[in-house]
Design a protein around this ligand. Structure first.
Ligand SMILES: Nc1ncnc2c1ncn2[C@@H]1O[C@H](COP(=O)(O)OP(=O)(O)OP(=O)(O)O)[C@@H](O)[C@H]1O
Length: 278
């Protein structure tokens, strides 16, 4: 088992003094898809930022493919697929330009694309089924198409570790299935896929591993032993009312993919179904 990402006792404190993660530890091997699960504000994005070196760890350490974060950044091996809200969609930029950004780390100082860079962009767009959209403005695309373009950027970068922040928000079932298939292919190529998702129903279906966060890492490991009723109740701070997992049940009907967590004050807290998520 080759180690992909290892967090050892990581604490992250923002400049305003807020500590978003305390003593968080986990490890995930290469060649896996790992779900990052937790309520809003649990620290998922913070963990991503720490892995990308955007925020320093106030304590502990993170290694990526055996390297410190700084070195991993230098080698351009960590790719990021952002949440839609993080992107300024009014910025006038073509689809091919967004994907070309994935090549920047492979280019020289002047960032002049070579034929190999153009080829990588073409191949990445084809792989996500967006070849025909190459010359479109990014702002003119649908939510699902935009996700595909950012996945193409990660592919063009040839990231060995790919962080995806809620890739299923606002995408239809067909696009979700296409994204899951792509993630599986990338896993089989030995990459590390870390996926933050609120779409709990699909976690057991496609994530080999799960990391549960709530201001720290509550639990991590293989999904069968980690994505349990007890751990989910801990992560969501409520009572799990409807929890159907595993095997053929998952595919029998739409209902069986639904997970409902009822919060302590009896309001449905998390209600997710096949295509949904909120
Ligand atoms: N730049 C920042 N400065 C200070 N505090 C921050 C900053 N970014 C996030 N936080 C705080 O850190 C905590 C964790 O936020 P984070 O964005 O990591 O949560 P999350 O799990 O990604 O949530 P969501 O599911 O809503 O995306 C929250 O309490 C948040 O308010």
């Amino acid at each position: 088992m080759t180690l992909g990402i290892v967090a050892d006792d990581v604490t992250v404190t923002y400049r305003n003094g807020h500590t978003a993660l305390r003593h968080a530890s986990f490890d995930i091997p290469t060649g896996t898809i790992t779900a990052l699960v937790g309520v809003n504000g649990a620290g998922k994005s913070t963990l991503f930022k720490a892995i990308m070196g955007f925020v320093p760890a106030a304590g502990g350490s993170i290694s990526v493919l055996g390297m410190p974060v700084k070195e991993a950044l230098r080698q351009n091996i960590v790719a990021y697929v952002p949440q839609s809200e993080e992107v300024d969609w009014t910025f006038p930029v073509l689809v091919e330009d967004v994907v070309m950004m994935g090549r920047y780390g492979h280019m020289g100082f002047l960032r002049r694309p070579k034929q190999a860079d153009q080829d990588a962009v073409t191949a990445a767009l084809a792989r996500v089924g967006m070849a025909n959209f190459r010359h479109r403005q990014i702002g003119e695309l649908s939510g699902g198409q935009r996700k595909r373009v950012f996945l193409a950027r990660a592919l063009a970068q040839d990231g060995k570790v790919i962080l995806l922040d809620e890739p299923f928000t606002g995408v239809d079932v067909q696009t979700e299935d296409a994204i899951i298939q792509l993630l599986r292919d990338m896993r089989d190529e030995g990459r590390v896929m870390l996926v933050s998702t609120h779409n709990l129903g699909s976690v057991p279906e496609f994530c080999d591993r799960t990391v549960l966060v709530k201001e720290t890492v509550l639990a991590f490991g293989p999904t069968e032993t980690t994505f349990t009723r007890e751990n989910l109740e801990l992560a969501f701070g409520g009572v799990l009312r409807h929890f159907v997992l595993g095997g053929s049940d998952l595919h029998d009907d739409d209902d069986s993919r639904q997970i409902t967590v009822i919060s302590d004050d009896e309001r449905p807290f998390v209600v997710y179904d096949e295509g949904g998520g909120n």
